[in-house]
Design a protein. Structure first.
Length: 195
């Protein structure tokens, strides 16, 4: 009798646990879908900004360079950008890009001073392509922008929570990747006003 009662209790506990796990999974999926739909609305509005937290130079020698921040800015093959000014502001016609660059330059054009070695672009964009991958809850944004003798191909991969990977392919430099977040421009303006 005790064995039957014990089996019934264990079986009942298993059903309750299974129900709560499936409910948790369903709730998590629901929250993820809602976040993805909000991110889709933000991307469709065209008023958003990418803020980089990390840079991933593709060349291996870049981590051997001595920077004023010391070696603590390097963590493995990535460079900490938190606290530095770096962004891509978009409105689907115009891009304002300010990103640091770490890597090899193939063709020197207008890099006259040491402080002007990042991507500093304010220009119209071309060939804008936005792809929504609903099954993966992922958004791809691709475009091209030019500055004098350099062309950049930009590819943003944005997830439901705004976490973003950015790849920049340049006509004059080695490719570089960044990791950061996409946020609404209004949030950026609030941050600036509060500082």
């Amino acid at each position: 009798m005790k064995k039957i009662l014990l089996l019934m209790i264990l079986f009942g506990f298993g059903i309750i646990t299974a129900q709560s796990k499936s409910e948790k999974r369903a709730l998590k999926k629901e929250v993820s879908i809602a976040a993805y739909n909000e991110m889709k609305e933000l991307i469709e509005s065209g008023k958003f900004q990418f803020e980089a937290s990390w840079a991933f130079p593709l060349g291996n020698d870049i981590t051997k360079i001595n920077f004023s921040g010391g070696n603590n800015i390097f963590q493995g093959n990535r460079i900490n950008l938190i606290g530095n000014t770096n962004y891509i502001k978009l409105n689907y016609e115009f891009a304002n890009i300010s990103l640091p660059y770490f890597g090899q330059v193939y063709r020197v054009t207008s890099y006259n001073n040491r402080d002007d070695n990042g991507f500093e672009f304010k220009n119209n964009i071309e060939d804008l392509k936005i792809t929504y991958k609903d099954s993966k809850r992922r958004i791809d944004v691709k475009f091209i922008t030019n500055k004098s003798q350099e062309s950049l191909q930009i590819h943003l991969i944005i997830n439901a929570k705004g976490n973003t990977y950015l790849t920049v392919n340049s006509s004059n430099r080695e490719s570089i990747r960044y990791q950061g977040r996409v946020v609404a421009l209004k949030e950026i303006e609030k941050k600036i006003a509060s500082n």
